[in-house]
Each structure stands twice: as structure tokens, then as C-alpha cells.
Design a protein around this ligand. Structure first.
Ligand SMILES: N[C@@H](CCC(=O)N[C@@H](CS)C(=O)NCC(=O)O)C(=O)O
Length: 278
């Protein structure tokens, strides 16, 4: 049991002191959701293995009263199993399955493309001692020089934003992905958004983006956990002529599951349109 209600948390941070990793951000939120205080062990990418006494090369990692727990998902499972009387992170097994699906989609649609659009910014904001390692490892990962990969992002950013419509639609009808209150699904996606805020030196989202409300409420949770002063501004993306709209106006894409069939009066207009003779 956590002594003094405190759990040791191995952070992964930038020179600004802001946490960088989506996994580490999500885990910070998970620990706070369970009501714990964090005893933060600071540090960047260099020397994780040494810092953790040989326990891990990857973060997050926590130590709960001497017990090491690794991996963001492993930590969430541990917290819910060990502290079942505290608010659940994954209140039902379906939330685990759906959260994995959501996270996989979000990485493919957004985190990957954003990484390719901000990889040099990412490196530039790292701790001095991390810069060589981050340059080399990320250039191998991305298969290109970071500056070359990042170039031309003005072209890509509005398209990435437009891909986020499924998330906007889900949050149109619910304050949180968890329903009336946030759960690990919210923290998982929010963790990636905060990673984005830690690296993005030019805004990835429009000022009017409907996601802004959910993001900002998420940042306010737990006494402003997501409001580190080192984070960059997320809003201010201005599409240029010919760019796609960075988000759809309300009602624009509210078909299928989002359009409730309450009888013919609710569908007549659409039926007429698709049965009209040319
Ligand atoms: N499956 C792991 C993935 C963790 C992970 O890949 N962490 C990255 C940070 S985003 C890391 O520690 N990287 C160390 C490095 O790049 O050397 C989890 O969910 O915790």
C-alpha cells in the first residue's frame, strides 16, 4: 500500500520541465485519478536504465512501496487491481478494448503524422544531454533527417486536424469519453494531446476547434495537471487557400450512428435526396 498515499513516478521531461511522452502523461493522470500524490523522479531520455537501477529502458515506471510496476497499460491494470475501492480507471473490460481501439486509431490518424510534423521541434526542446540521442534514434525511426521530415508541415497540419472528426463527434454528445466523468479513455487521448503541446512550436489546431473545450477541461483536472508553463499553444492553425477545413461545422457529418432515426419525419429529406431522379 502506498506509504503516505504517495507513489514514486519516473518522469520523462524536456528542457522546459514539461513531460513529453504520451504514455507518461496518461500515467500521471491515472495516478491522480486514483487519488495518489506523486514523488517525481525527474529526467530525460538519457540514462533511464541507470536512473531506474536497471529496471527499465522505457518510461513510465512507478514504484509503490518498493514494488516496481512498468508500462503505462501495466500500471493502469495494477492500480485498478490493487486499489479497487478507489475510482476505477477502466470500469468495465469493454472500456479496455474500446480504449485500445481508440488509441490505435488516434496514433495512426494523428500522433504519427504530428510526430512527422514536429520531430525537429521535439528534438530542439529536449534536454541538452538528450539531443544527440534523440536526433540519431528518431532519424532511424523515421528514416529521414528530422528537418527534412518536418519540412512542409503547413501542408499537412490542416489535414491531420480534419482527421479528428470521429473524436469531435463522440464528444459532441458527452462531456467526457468516460461519460459524465473522465476515465482512462480520456487520459489516454489527452496524454497524446499533451505530448503534442509539449513539442508543437506552431499550432496544430484551429482556435475554434470543438475539441478545445474537452482538451481544456482535461488540462484543468487535478489542480491544472495539464497546465505546465513549458507547454506550447495548441490553437491558432490558420488554413491557407485550398486547405481542407480543419474541422466540420456542427451538423456537417452527423449521419449514421449520430443521426437518430425517430421515424419517417427524421429521414424524409435524405430519402428524397437519394431517390430524386437526375
Ligand atoms: N509500452 C510502453 C511504451 C513506453 C515508451 O515507449 N516510452 C518511450 C517514451 S514515448 C520511452 O521511454 N522512450 C525511451 C527512448 O526513446 O529511449 C508503455 O506503454 O509504457
Amino acid at each position: 500500500m502506498a506509504k503516505d498515499n504517495t507513489i514514486t513516478f519516473y518522469d520523462l521531461a524536456l528542457a522546459t520541465g514539461a513531460t513529453i511522452s504520451p504514455f507518461v502523461w496518461a500515467t500521471k493522470y491515472a495516478l491522480k485519478h486514483k487519488g495518489f500524490e506523486l514523488d517525481v523522479v525527474p529526467g530525460g531520455f538519457t540514462g533511464i536504465l541507470e536512473r531506474t537501477g536497471g529496471q527499465t529502458e522505457r518510461l513510465p515506471a512507478i514504484v509503490d512501496d518498493g514494488k516496481w510496476v512498468l508500462d503505462s497499460w501495466g500500471i493502469v491494470e495494477y492500480l485498478d487491481q490493487t486499489y479497487p475501492d478507489r475510482p476505477a480507471l477502466i470500469p468495465h473490460e469493454s472500456v479496455a478494448t474500446l480504449t485500445r481501439a481508440l488509441d490505435a486509431w488516434f496514433w495512426r490518424a494523428a500522433v504519427g503524422p504530428w510526430m512527422r510534423s514536429y520531430c525537429a521541434d521535439y528534438r530542439d526542446q529536449c534536454l541538452e544531454c538528450d539531443k544527440d540521442y534523440v536526433t540519431t534514434s528518431r532519424e532511424i525511426m523515421l528514416g529521414m533527417k528530422l528537418e527534412d521530415m518536418q519540412a512542409g508541415r503547413e501542408e499537412r497540419l490542416p489535414k491531420i486536424s480534419a482527421e479528428l472528426e470521429p473524436l469531435r463527434m463522440a464528444l459532441r454528445d458527452s462531456p467526457w469519453l468516460g461519460g459524465a466523468a473522465p476515465n482512462y479513455a480520456d487520459y489516454r487521448v489527452l496524454g497524446s494531446v499533451l505530448w503534442l503541446a509539449s513539442v508543437a512550436r506552431t499550432p496544430p489546431l484551429s482556435a475554434e476547434d470543438p475539441l478545445r473545450d474537452w482538451i481544456e477541461r482535461g488540462r484543468d483536472l487535478f489542480d491544472g495537471l495539464g497546465r505546465h508553463p513549458g507547454l506550447n499553444t495548441l490553437y491558432g492553425l490558420e488554413p491557407r487557400d485550398g486547405d481542407p477545413e480543419p474541422f466540420m461545422k456542427v451538423g456537417g457529418a452527423a449521419g449514421g450512428i449520430f443521426k437518430r432515426n425517430t421515424g419517417p419525419a427524421s429521414t424524409q429529406a435524405e430519402t428524397r435526396k437519394i431517390t430524386a431522379k437526375a
